[in-house]
Design a protein around this ligand. Structure first.
Ligand code: MGD
Ligand code: MGD
Ligand code: SF4
Ligand code: MO
Length: 771
């Protein structure tokens, strides 16, 4: 691919957009797609995306409308880009690896690596070798099996997954890991919505959202907290547009005035093409970073005070008495909330919060949606618990148009968890798994992503197997993590595209290329489909339609099954060969192990699939007391010493997680550069800096260590005061491994304490280097 250059930094800035999508969005998606592949493949992918007989969008986990209500173009600009990125006609062949040493590839940017195209055959890098070289499937899997069997303990292996994995492959992966003897199943959820899972399981007894798309459409009031749907869940805007059409209101809470939250133009409707579009947020709360806990505490205080003034009219005592515990302790604590603290922590005025309170009082049904702006803070878990308190106070749980809505990231990240990809699955699941396959699953909890890095760093984990994802770029403390990976005996990546995790090799390294969502999957038992679960617990089939990127690709299910046979041998209890031949046989097993999947094969055959029951909506709370739990959450906010800012590391409009598609962030008006740091003009001035100054970002950690990301351009931007924003993954180098959220162990990607120093190099920012 001689025509692809590492991007050169050439920053230009235009005013941030106040609206999202519309015609330019469609044009951008088509441009990206036609740059990657032919008109025919573009048309084929776009016509099949999110259709009942097509494949699930490999983008985010936002649900599709019911079958009868789907548009023939049921995708968004970014979904179209994600699929084009996978359906690309570019190929990485054995010749490519012969032409480039691993050391050379290690210097390339994330963008460049991804632009090389789809991986086409298994490759190995032997100890001491400079290049990857081709290896047959059998030999590659023998090599993995040999290393796994040679470990002193199965707990020296890690099996990482990203939420791209389908249900059947996820089920088989956790079965294999546990039959082999370990619960070491770190996943991207550890870096993502783990705080939601922790908080919701503790308070409501299930770590999932409780609402459907209809609930969103028909709610009186929807909060969108710490989330940028215009970029990351674009079709959520269509849903919110419908909420508004039905008379509901939307309140957005964010540290940035994100485009989609302000105004939205529907790209597939005439109304969106002409005209000014829909104003989405009726109220926008420009909150300080980490101030959400204080906001919801203030709202709870006001609800309790309103109830005192007019007893029996504000708080839903019936619901509370029937369904919950802990109300008195919670209320006693909430009444002590100090307005001074709240105003300082949120940066909002009392009048703004009172306005929200008025809206809440007027609303019969309330939903709170949230994403990374909440979960990736040190106090993400208590913040979500306080959101649950807020909803429960007025019985907004389990009622139509009301409930909790953690908006998931990867298309099947929720399904992977349901299938058992978690380092500490409940005992009931483990018992069912052991019964079905006639073995005793390991009892000791496994390692999550952060603890997995610690184990590799300390020589306690020696084999890393990654199924999808880009572990070294997704995780914090990049230098520490890379060193930890390089210390492994063997690193294995089952991937569709080249990424940096392939260039950070253990003694031996394997790249095992696999089919993607859009690829046709034919096995001994005929053409296969697999299933996914979206953010609202809808389970449905996904069928690839394109000719696979190479004849040498195996499906993830085939790779896991073949590896398992090599490591564990054939046994009648786990018929791996049957699983590979016919994915329906995997679904039969899932139906006997995972609650809610009874008659899986029959039910998934229905157009649109089926919804998993959420017991919360039947008034059933699977907590130790059998009731929903009010919690007491200490008031906390991040402390930012003078001269410092709280940095959040987030996504641009033109990237998929660790993979930039372009150097732009269109809605924020940033073009041709990613090494930028957005800072409020008042803070720029207070820090003695100027717009476009070149600075190093230096993170400071309380053990006295410092981490540096060099060469970032300051961009004056309406971030809330005291905070800054910059893109991930370039900034992961700044996040200390030990900087994690309480309870969930999620890296604090949205609160990194930094100093901005004039750039040490003084030169141009180095976007061309693989930082
Ligand atoms: N196009 C595209 N779509 C994606 C992804 C992608 O990379 N690209 N990634 C997918 C994945 S895996 C995920 S998890 C989701 C992520 O979806 P988001 O959570 O929307 O992703 P981020 O870009 O991390 O944005 C975090 C948002 O929270 C705000 N925020 C930060 N700190 C605070 C705070 O303290 N309080 C409040 N109220 N707001 C705050 C930020 O300004 C920003 O709007 O998107 C999914 N969809
Ligand atoms: N600083 C900071 N760090 C973060 C975040 C943040 O906001 N800030 N967000 C975190 C979050 S929310 C998440 S979810 C993680 C994401 O972390 P990951 O899920 O690990 O990363 P991705 O970038 O989604 O992985 C992209 C790679 O997945 C592979 N892939 C794509 N499709 C398929 C497929 O169908 N099958 C297989 N086998 N492989 C495939 C490709 O090879 C591609 O290079 O990052 C986390 N890291
Ligand atoms: S909203 Fe998400 S799932 Fe839907 S088309 Fe867009 S990226 Fe794909
Ligand atoms: Mo995520």
């Amino acid at each position: 691919m001689a025509d692809i250059q590492d991007p050169v930094d050439d920053l230009s800035v235009t005013p941030p957009k106040e609206w999202a999508t519309g015609v330019p969005a469609v044009t951008h998606a088509l441009e990206y797609s036609l740059g990657q592949t032919s008109v025919r493949r573009t048309a084929l992918t776009l016509l099949n995306i999110n259709q009942v007989k097509g494949f699930d969008c490999p983008g985010c986990a936002w649900p599709e409308p019911k079958p009868g209500k789907r548009h023939k173009n049921e995708y968004c600009e970014n979904g179209a880009k994600h699929i084009a990125d996978e359906a690309t006609s570019r190929r990485v062949t054995a010749d490519f690896f012969r032409d480039h040493t691993v050391a050379e590839l290690d210097q390339k940017s994330d963008y460049w690596l991804n632009q090389q195209g789809r991986l086409t055959e298994p490759m190995v890098k032997r100890p001491g070798a400079e290049h990857y070289e081709p290896i047959g499937w059998d030999a590659a899997l023998d090599l993995v099996a040999q290393e796994l069997r040679a470990l002193d303990s199965p707990d020296e292996a890690l099996f990482y997954t990203s939420g791209r994995l389908n249900n059947e492959a996820a089920f088989l992966l956790q079965l294999f890991a546990r039959a082999y003897g370990t619960n070491n199943l770190p996943d991207c959820s550890n870096l993502c919505h783990e705080s939601s899972g922790s908080a919701l399981t503790e308070t409501l007894g299930i770590g999932k959202g409780s609402v459907t798309l209809d609930d969103i459409h028909e709610s009186d009031l929807v909060f969108v907290v710490g989330q940028n749907p215009g970029t990351n869940h674009p079709r959520m805007l269509t849903a919110l547009e419908e909420t508004k059409r039905n008379g509901g209101r939307v309140i957005a809470v964010n540290t940035l005035p994100e485009a989609g939250l302000l105004r939205f133009k529907h790209p597939q409707k005439a109304r969106g093409v002409i005209g000014r579009g829909t104003q989405i947020a009726d109220q926008f709360l420009h909150i300080r970073a980490g101030g959400d806990l204080a906001l919801f505490q203030a709202l709870n205080l006001m609800l309790l005070e309103a109830e005192e003034k007019a007893p029996g009219t504000v708080v839903d005592h019936d619901w509370i008495t029937t369904h919950s515990t802990g109300y008195e302790e919670f209320a006693e604590h909430a009444r002590k909330t100090s307005w001074d603290d709240v105003l300082m922590a949120t940066g909002l005025s009392r009048a703004e919060i009172e306005q929200v309170h008025e809206q809440v009082l007027k609303s019969r049904s309330v939903i709170v949606c949230w994403a990374m702006g909440v979960t990736q803070h040190k106090h993400g878990v208590p913040t979500i618990r306080e959101i649950v308190n807020f909803l429960m106070l007025r019985g907004n749980i389990g009622r139509h148009g009301a409930g909790v809505c953690p908006v998931r990231g990867h298309s099947n990240v929720q399904g992977d968890r349901t299938m058992g990809v978690w380092e500490r699955m409940p005992q009931a699941f483990m018992d069912a798994l052991g019964r079905e396959f006639d073995f005793t699953p390991p009892e000791k909890h496994g390692l999550d992503s952060v603890d997995g890095i610690r184990a590799m760093r300390d020589g306690k984990a020696k084999v890393f197997v990654g199924v999808a994802g880009n572990f070294v770029r997704a995780t914090p403390d990049s230098d520490v993590t890379e060193e930890a990976m390089r210390g492994c005996r063997l690193t294995v990546h089952i991937s569709t595209k080249l990424n940096r995790s392939h260039t950070v090799c253990g003694d031996t390294a394997l790249i095992l290329p696999t089919l993607g969502r859009s690829d046709r999957d034919v096995q001994a038992g005929g053409e296969q489909f697999y299933t996914v679960e979206d953010s609202m617990s809808e389970v449905h089939a996904s069928r690839g339609r394109l000719a696979p990127a190479s004849p040498h690709l195996l499906s993830e299910i085939a790779i896991i099954s073949r590896l398992a046979r090599k490591v564990l041998g054939d046994s009648p209890a786990i018929p791996w060969e049957d699983f590979e031949a016919d994915y329906g046989t995997v679904r039969d097993r899932i139906s006997r192990v995972v609650p809610g999947f009874e008659d899986f094969n029959e039910r998934v055959a229905a157009p649109g699939g089926f919804r998993l029951p959420n017991p919360v909506n039947q008034g059933v709370f699977r907590t130790p007391s059998g009731k929903a739990v009010f919690t007491v959450n200490a008031f906390t906010m991040p402390e930012v010493p003078a001269g410092h800012l709280l940095l959040q590391t987030l996504r641009s409009h033109d990237q998929w997680n660790t993979i930039p598609y372009a150097m732009n962030d269109r809605y924020r008006g940033i073009h041709n550069a990613r090494r930028v740091v957005m800072v409020n003009p008042a803070d720029i001035e207070a820090l003695g800096l100027a717009d476009r100054d070149l600075v190093d970002l230096v993170s400071v950690w309380h053990d006295g260590t410092e981490r540096r990301a060099p060469g970032f351009r300051v961009v004056s931007y309406p971030t809330s005061e005291g905070s800054a924003a910059s893109y991930y993954p370039e900034t992961n180098v700044l996040i200390p491994l030990d900087s994690v959220a309480d309870i969930s162990n999620t890296p604090t990607s949205k609160s990194v304490l930094v100093r901005l120093e004039p750039a040490a190099s003084g030169g141009a920012p180095a976007d061309g280097v693989a930082l």
